[in-house]
Design a protein around this ligand. Structure first.
Ligand SMILES: [Zn+2]
Length: 731
């Protein structure tokens, strides 16, 4: 296994460098003395976040629906800014972006043949949960749906994936001009991909319903008696075609600052043309049970007590959707705790604020935890305990519609981020259960494991132990007799689906994304509310407090480190894993990949040597502060070297060579190489492999130089065990 290889290598290097291995329990990136100091700071911080205060915060954020662009959501931006100022944060500002916004006007759906049925398009009210009666809750709609008024037959297209339409074709069913009815599927595929596929197939409209097989009674007890979705819940969301570009679809490549030029939405490739509407299973069932045509194959059969058919001409519906388009202000709130020693090195942490209704789990749980984290860090700052580097907090907006806040912000500040960003820690659906999940770019995988050992979750176990249990149930994770190896704990297949995508794929900022997950059948419905969270998601709110602790310790650990806790040796091993996974899934025989494999080896081994040299320097007698500062700046540049300025082929907004997502939002590694290889474009695949090889060598070369410099400065022996050679770098 590659992980074993790397650690073996690292240990050999440490032995060569005469490192005191017994001191390896020091925190990653810290000297022994500063490890002890950091542990004291973290202990003081961890004592502050409370379950009760997190609960009170969540109540504020879930009191009313707060869609991006709404008055309530903008009021919450000011609320956060006020809280942050009181908590002791500085440089609190609201950044405004005028963002393309699509909202529902008049929407109706009526079956006209063979029987009449008018879809309610509303979620039921439950007396035990007064929030469900809030008149501000919107009926069914999908962001960026096309407008129209049509009457057409309905075809059942399973999940709405290309292979589903192929099966319909084999059955002689043509969906052109018709309305397709599809399910939200398991495994998840982005609703925008379903809409895009249906539009490509020539369908006039798409209805996406929540089958109880996916998130309803087939999974367990439903709301208000359990965490799964009841018969009237439906999944809102947007369907932007954001595959080439993240953010406002009418400002591709530039920020939506007030007064900025916007292309007409009709010309924006990312704005769908197809009409789209989500349905509850209560509204979907009358359509399904009246369909004729061939019986659906067994895997298309859902959990409703009817025989599913593919449909034909029998069921006709009248669908009317009138959307309104406008530019609306979205606000990103920024707040900071300025660093004492390196104010221009930024550790970023953020969570979106906008919700599709009340948004208790998505995103309120993450926001409530963030507010408890900032309260704790602000309290330390008031006592004079400030981090060495600047920590910047961000409340994003417009995430649910187009990643507008993070997308436009990353676009605006990309040049500054290239100079200053150390890390971005993301939270979103922070708490929907108890199972810990940690994702990051390969550079932070080891740090996340290290941090998980210094926290306890409400079960009483260390977060590390709980995480190992979660990962042990994941069939995709490698295990040994000792359980899941540390190398396999962090999932580095980071993909997309939250605000970190803009920071990583657009700006080349290494990211971490953390959450506690569980049974969560009310996603993007009106039942993702305070009642759901207090009864099912996190009764007692102790996981909210645990998340606040984790987020705070993560940003403190990075912000206070002597040497930034990146692990490029491990990163190299993860990159090799991506290439091996690609080789198993796709024929690469026409490509010359020896150069790329060499480059991965080069990067991994130079990263391993850097780890060993850093470890030796940290355990040695003294650190040269100027040199450490230069090395930190150099290591910050590694992630930026993975960026292709013009973007990966056909995707100008996705600039990262290692990470992107598919149209389905499934994670995608080595995206330029993978997509070209999958489509049989050998020339482009080779070109992407060569670009990546060059970037790997460039990073390896840079790390080698600094590692030698560090080894020399510490009076240690050079990488080959020979005496230190004169450094080639100028100070
Ligand atoms: Zn979210």
């Amino acid at each position: 296994m590659v992980a074993t290889r790397f650690w073996h290598f690292a240990i050999v290097m440490m032995a060569l460098a005469d490192v005191d291995v017994a001191r390896a329990q020091a925190l990653l990136g810290y000297t022994a003395a500063n490890s002890a100091n950091e542990a004291r700071i973290e202990a003081r911080f961890k004592a502050i976040p409370s379950a009760t205060a997190a609960q009170q915060q969540l109540r504020v954020f879930t009191a009313e629906p707060h869609l991006a662009g709404s008055k309530r959501n903008n009021d919450l931006a000011h609320y956060i800014a006020d809280q942050w100022r009181k908590q002791g944060l500085t440089d609190v500002v609201l950044r405004r972006y005028d963002v393309y916004t699509s909202e529902p006007g008049e929407i109706s759906l009526e079956m006209v043949e063979p029987v009449t049925y008018r879809a309610s398009l509303r979620e039921a009210v439950y007396s035990q949960d007064p929030d469900t009666a809030n008149p501000a809750i919107r009926s069914a709609w999908i962001g960026m749906s096309g407008s129209g008024d049509i009457t057409a037959p309905v075809i059942y297209a399973h999940s709405g994936n290309p292979e589903d339409f192929a099966l319909l074709r084999r059955n002689g069913i043509d969906v052109r001009g018709k309305i397709v009815l599809v399910r939200y599927s398991e495994p998840y595929s982005y609703r925008g991909f379903k809409a895009f596929t249906a539009e490509q197939e020539g369908a006039a409209a798409i209805l996406i319903y929540s089958d109880p097989a996916e998130d309803g009674y087939a999974r367990g007890k439903v709301f208000p008696d359990g965490p799964w979705g009841p018969e009237t819940h439906f999944q809102r969301g947007a369907i932007e075609y954001d595959y080439p570009q993240i953010g406002d679809p009418t400002t591709p490549g530039w920020p939506s600052l007030p007064g900025a030029f916007h292309i007409p939405s009709a010309q924006a490739a990312a704005v769908p043309k197809i009409m789209a509407l989500p349905l509850s299973w209560q509204d979907g069932k009358p359509l399904l049970e009246n369909m004729d045509g061939p019986q659906a194959p067994p895997e298309w059969q859902g959990a409703l007590p009817i025989r599913y058919h593919l449909g034909g001409e029998r069921v006709k519906v009248h669908l009317k959707i009138k959307m309104t388009e406008s530019l609306k202000p979205n606000y990103v709130v920024e707040g900071s705790i300025r660093g004492t020693e390196q104010p221009d090195e930024w550790v970023l942490m953020g969570n979106h604020r906008d919700a599709l209704e009340f948004g208790a789990a998505d995103p309120g749980s993450g926001t409530a935890a963030m507010m408890e984290m900032t309260r704790g860090l602000g309290a330390l700052a008031k006592q004079g305990i400030r981090p060495r580097r600047t920590i910047r907090f961000l409340s994003w907006d417009g995430e649910e519609t187009s990643f507008a806040g993070s997308g436009e912000w990353a676009e605006q500040f990309a040049p500054e981020l290239a100079q200053k960003a150390v890390a971005y820690v993301n939270s979103d659906v922070g708490v929907s259960g108890r199972a810990f999940e940690g994702n990051s770019t390969g550079s932070f995988a080891a740090l996340l494991v290290d941090v998980s050992k210094s926290l306890r979750d409400p079960s009483g176990r260390t977060l590390y132990e709980s995480w190992r249990l979660t990962r042990a149930t994941n069939p995709a994770v490698a295990r040994t007799t000792a359980g899941v190896a540390d190398f396999d704990l962090t999932d580095t297949h980071i993909g997309s689906g939250s605000d970190y995508a803009a920071l990583l794929d657009r700006a080349g900022v290494p990211v971490i994304d953390v959450s506690f997950t569980g049974p969560y059948g009310v996603y993007h419905s009106a039942y993702d509310n305070f009642y759901w969270m207090s009864h099912f998601g996190d009764p007692g709110f102790r996981y909210h407090a645990a998340l606040a602790q984790l987020l705070g310790v993560l940003v403190l650990r990075i912000a206070n480190a002597d040497v930034l806790p990146y692990d490029f040796g491990g990163y190299g091993a993860h990159i090799r894993g991506y290439l091996e996974e690609l080789g198993k899934a796709t024929d690469l025989s026409k490509l010359q990949l020896d150069g790329l494999r060499d480059a991965i080896d080069d990067f991994e081994s130079s990263g391993g040597r850097m780890n060993a040299a850093v470890q030796a320097a940290l355990t040695g007698s003294q650190l040269d502060p100027l040199l450490v500062d230069q090395i930190n700046r150099a290591m910050m540049s590694v992630e930026r070297r993975w960026l292709i300025p013009e973007g990966i082929p056909g995707r100008p907004g996705y600039k990262h060579m290692l990470y992107a997502c598919r149209k389905t939002y499934a994670h995608l590694e080595l995206p330029g190489l993978t997509e070209a290889a999958e489509s049989g474009d050998v020339a482009t695949a080779q070109q992407q492999a060569d670009i990546l090889a060059r970037a790997l060598h460039a990073n390896a070369h840079m790390l080698n130089q600094w590692q030698q410099e560090l080894a020399c400065s510490a009076g240690l022996r050079g990488p080959s065990g020979s005496l230190c050679v004169s450094p080639t770098l100028s100070r």
